[in-house]
Design a protein around this ligand. Sequence first.
Ligand SMILES: *Cc1c(COP(=O)(O)O)cnc(C)c1O
Length: 375
Amino acid sequence: MSDVPAAHARVSLRAVRHNTGLLRRAAGRAEVMAVVKADGYGHGAVPVARAALAAGATWLGTATVAEALRLRAAGIGAPVLSWLNGPGADWAGAIARDVDLSAGDPALLAEISRAAAGHGATARVHLKADTGLGRGGCPLAEWPALVDAALKGEADGTLRIAGLWSHLGSADDPRDRRCLTQLDLFRDAVRFAERAGVRGAVRHLANSAATLALPDACFDLVRPGIALYGLWPADPLTDADLRPAMSLRARIAQVERVPAGQGVSYGHTYRTARRTRLAVVPLGYADGVPRAAGNRVPVWVSGVRHRIAGRVCMDQFVLDLGDTPAGPGDEVVLFGPGLDGEPTLAEWVRPLDTIANEVVVRIGERVTRVYTGQV
Ligand SMILES: *Cc1c(COP(=O)(O)O)cnc(C)c1O
């Protein structure tokens, strides 16, 4: 891969297809919505969406309408749901391009209905219940009013209730008792809507962790995000054979000989213990390498692990090569699937007190995404 940019994120679409297949099997008879918000968790929304669809996902999920329209602009015609939009969002654009919209509040539902009426169209809406997360959606006490308003929209032809949904709160451990409570409350909300006259709406609740660990949460459709990319947020909950799709790589820009006692990078938070060689790696916090990774996180070069030496800067960090015979142009792997001995994201997130989602989604624009495994 000599034509590959010096700093790049390699994304295996084969891994995305593998993970999609695995999620499909875990979901049983439920369909799979591949969640590709935030540019596919930093992996590239369009290539990931295509790979997931090729492997049997039938829906796509995004936060904003703009993200959904980018999929449409790329020629992707699969059902797409966009769930995070506020007053004045581009409802008309979404309706015109067959993007399903979430509504958890009557005021937004009314906006969507007016936008549809203005275009002589019918908007497909997914009514969102807050079953306990406390982060958007319709409080259960107001659910009957929301369902009623949506049914009026169905009667006047401006709305079609395409889905009923909610989101789990203890999503990193779906076996948590609070998830089971949410499951019960979601069933109640669905039952209420169906008794009120909602017909043919897809019911969906499960994120990745619930898809893999809580089969009762799968209903008609599951919404996995992080597992498509082969990652668990932190520690694995099951022994599912997820394959990390991304590996972050760069080539050493320069090697410098220094004496013992040399302070390294801003603030000299690292000092060489002996005469050694320092390597400059051209990836920094502007590229998504967390500043907190300095002196904490291992990377891999020429088959050897080295902890990042000193502070991570905006554009670069330093490695103390010691006896490792690496030179300018040699490849550094920050993280990957771990198959060659390189660190995995699981090893990054523990010392950084974060989750894998945050690391991959913040990989910057300067880092070219290079795809492997296209079909
Ligand atoms: C991000 C998101 C998901 C995917 O969650 P993962 O834990 O990454 O699988 C599913 N549903 C909604 C509403 C989301 O915002």
